[in-house]
Design a protein. Structure first.
Length: 623
């Protein structure tokens, strides 16, 4: 384990500590001066008070061992140890009291504390003077700080991690082997640049990491810096842009200047689309826009790299379609690495990386968890592993179990259970039949994904959930699968109409999704009727900017629009009648499952299959 370095205190804290220490020393000095005889005063507390004449007489008769004169007080100590106390006039001295006989053995001591009293008298003025001096110093230091802040306004705010601080390596990155293979060349160039330069080869100056949020773009960039053992400059694209024109460009210049001084190194710009958008498009901004000034400076700096500086710029974005063309041309970002969402094998590896940091129980099947997380990113999988550990801690377990992982998957993908949401008996009944309608119709459709679980426990915004899981990752979808998916979505509405002879709002999201699939079939995938043909209808115009969604331009006639609407309506109606037919044929099974689901609230696929096969055997026996 590396040694922990003590954090240095900032100058302002050091100055305050010095001031407090100085005040403490003054207090101790005053305490010491004003109480020089504190220990001796303890023996005078029980002194017997007598007139001054009594002490003068005792001095003459030599009955005292010593006499102490402290200001106007006189303390006389007899030979038997008795102490007498008296008071004298302020003008009285040893000579006026005749206590200066050289033949008298009595020791007479005089303690003058006027100097201490004088210091105590002027102490308030002294402290006030010190306070004024401290205030003036603090004021000038504040002015100096504000001036330094103003001068550093255009400085780069990139976070710098030197070669020893970056501990991330490719071993910490799982599930993107192809991307790691592409980045190995970058690492080799940073380690052995002469091998490429001697052959006249040029390593890409810019590497653009493209992928969905959470796929590990930043982690890959840190792994490259860790493997190469070089400094790592990290900054977000939004940190360049300020409300003042020219600040972003100044920060870009300062960033690249620092990088050249520390070469070889890596500059990582996260979310570069914040400053790298297409210039002068969609009516946003103009030639003097601050964002465009910053982009122009980035283009200039990347073009002006001196040969042999060994500075590589890595950037990450999830919107490569909005980046300026000049930014992507060869010589700037001339290498793009696409990081896809992990497949089944990659998800299992990612889960293993995060699970190794947790205390796991026995018989943990990460492959089964990976199968339930289709379409999730590495960040989602890390969240699932963390939620599983939280579940185990809440349940007071000593290790994370398989059930904790299953519950965490459901929480992340569907939402937390809302047991507090109280449904009436009628609403529960409708929800049970609705979810079973999805389950039965989806199970009977040959191209539908396999059923995984049925629940009428509220999660998120849904009153119930029917969960279908694909057996494997799918990259293409057929027309028959689209139709079966629409049929399964409409199974809930069909069950409500069959059992209750009425409709509820519970199927609104199902109808919306089914309509969206049917419309995409007609307009996007060329899966419509023969009259529509293999033609894409509608063109996307504009890009996502400032929250404005891109719109579709209608590039087809009114007649084609009617045909598209007709296809969507006809497809939905056909699949709805198909779903209704499935449920009429299995009405007894639907009623039997509804009783069990209302009692248990959750039904697994094994229980569903058992009831289905038992009902099928009963029907065969009746025949």
């Amino acid at each position: 384990m590396p040694a922990v370095r003590k954090q240095q205190k900032p100058p302002r804290q050091r100055w305050l500590m010095s001031l407090l220490l100085f005040a403490l020393l003054i207090f101790l000095s005053i305490y010491s001066i004003s109480n020089p005889m504190r220990d001796q005063e303890k023996k005078f507390t029980d002194a017997e008070e007598v007139p001054i004449s009594r002490i003068t007489k005792g001095y003459a008769e030599e009955e005292f061992e010593s006499i102490l004169m402290r200001d106007n007080k006189v303390f006389a100590t007899a030979k038997d140890g008795t102490i007498f106390q008296s008071y004298k006039e302020g003008r009285d001295s040893v000579s006026t009291l005749n206590w200066n006989d050289p033949e008298n053995p009595t020791v007479v001591e005089v303690e003058n504390r006027e100097a201490a009293n004088m210091f105590i008298a002027i102490l308030p003025d002294l402290l006030f003077f010190l306070l004024i001096i401290g205030g003036v110093i603090w004021l000038f230091r504040g002015i100096a700080r504000s001036q330094s802040t103003a001068l550093s306004f255009g400085k780069s705010r990139a976070r710098v991690a030197d070669a020893k601080q970056v501990k991330t390596s490719f071993k910490d990155v799982a599930g993107c082997e192809e991307a790691k293979d592409d980045l190995i060349e970058v690492v080799d160039f940073l380690k052995h640049p002469k091998k490429y330069i001697n052959l006249g080869a040029k390593i890409p100056r810019g590497v653009l990491l493209v992928g969905a949020p959470g796929t590990g773009k930043t982690l890959l960039a840190r792994a490259v810096a860790g493997e190469a053992g070089v400094p790592f400059f990290s900054i977000a694209g939004s940190e360049f842009v300020e409300m003042f024109v020219g600040v972003g460009a100044s920060r870009v210049r300062d960033l690249f200047l620092k990088a050249k001084r520390n070469s070889p190194c890596i500059i990582f710009i996260d979310e570069i689309d914040a400053v790298g958008r297409q210039r002068g498009g969609a009516g946003f901004g103009g030639g003097h826009d601050e964002r465009e000034q910053t982009l122009n400076q980035i283009l200039t700096e990347m073009d002006g790299f001196e040969q042999g500086t060994n500075v590589i710029v890595m950037a990450a974005t999830n919107r490569p379609d909005v980046l300026d063309v000049a930014l992507l041309r060869p010589g700037r970002f001339d290498r793009r690495i696409f990081i896809d969402k992990p497949d089944l094998e990659a998800r299992e590896k990612i889960l293993k990386v995060h699970a190794d940091r947790k205390k796991l129980g026995k018989n943990i099947e990460l492959h089964a968890i990976a199968r339930q997380t289709v379409g999730l990113t590495g960040a989602d999988l890390e969240n699932i592993a963390n939620e599983a550990a939280i579940f185990a801690a809440k349940r007071k377990r000593k290790a994370v179990t398989q059930q904790d992982f299953i519950d965490s998957v459901e929480k992340v993908t569907i939402g937390s259970e809302k047991r507090s949401r109280k449904l009436t008996d009628k609403e529960k009944n409708i929800t049970a039949y609705h979810e079973l309608g999805h389950a039965i119709v989806g199970h009977l459709c040959p191209e539908s994904d396999p059923l995984h679980k049925i629940s009428i426990v509220s999660r998120g915004m849904a009153l119930g959930v029917t969960w279908f899981l694909p057996q494997e990752d799918q990259y293409t979808t057929s027309k028959s699968k689209f139709l079966d998916e629409i049929c399964g979505l409409l199974g809930g509405r069909a069950a409500e109409e069959l059992i209750f002879d009425e409709m509820t709002t519970g199927a609104s999201n199902d109808i919306e999704r089914a309509s969206h699939i049917a419309r995409n079939m007609a307009m996007k995938y060329g899966m419509g009727d023969d009259d529509l043909g293999p033609v894409a209808y509608g063109e996307r115009q504009g890009t996502m900017f400032l929250g404005v969604d891109p719109t579709y331009v209608r590039n087809f006639s009114e007649e084609k629009a009617k045909e598209i609407d007709s296809f969507v309506r006809k497809t939905i109606q056909q699949q709805y009648e198909k779903a209704l037919g499935f449920l009429k044929q299995n009405r007894k099974m639907l009623d039997k499952m509804a009783v069990i689901l209302l009692k248990k609230e959750t039904m697994t696929v094994e229980e569903f299959i058992e009831i289905l096969e038992g009902e099928s055997n009963d029907n065969d026996g009746e025949k």
